[in-house]
Design a binder for this molecule. Structure first.
Ligand code: FES
Length: 94
């Protein structure tokens, strides 16, 4: 299975030292972290270990080139159908 889009914008969090599991598959309902929804997908979460408190902007679209960090790729995602600009048929007023 391929990762799916888990969100369309990053989630910024202030985290304490510890181990976190970033959702790679995009199916977790607790983005940006794993909720075990990857079971059976063949995709495993990414371990993130912090030695000191840190603010992290986590990718949720799963298209970043720097996992688990947002790299701005979500800004280039195609618009959702409800976000696409309305197009009037030729000859019709908008
Ligand atoms: S949320 Fe994925 S690159 Fe920003």
């Amino acid at each position: 299975m391929e990762p799916i889009c888990g969100g369309r914008s990053p989630i910024a969090l202030e985290l304490q030292p510890g181990t976190y599991w970033w959702c790679v598959c995009g199916r977790s309902k607790t983005q940006p972290f794993c909720d075990n929804s990857h079971q059976g997908s063949g995709i495993e979460p990414l371990e993130v270990t912090l030695e000191a408190p840190r603010r992290i902007s986590f990718c949720t679209c799963k298209m970043t080139t720097r996992p688990p960090f947002c790299d701005g790729t979500h800004k280039r995602l195609p618009p959702l159908p409800e976000e696409a600009p309305a197009v009037s048929p030729p000859g019709m007023a908008p």
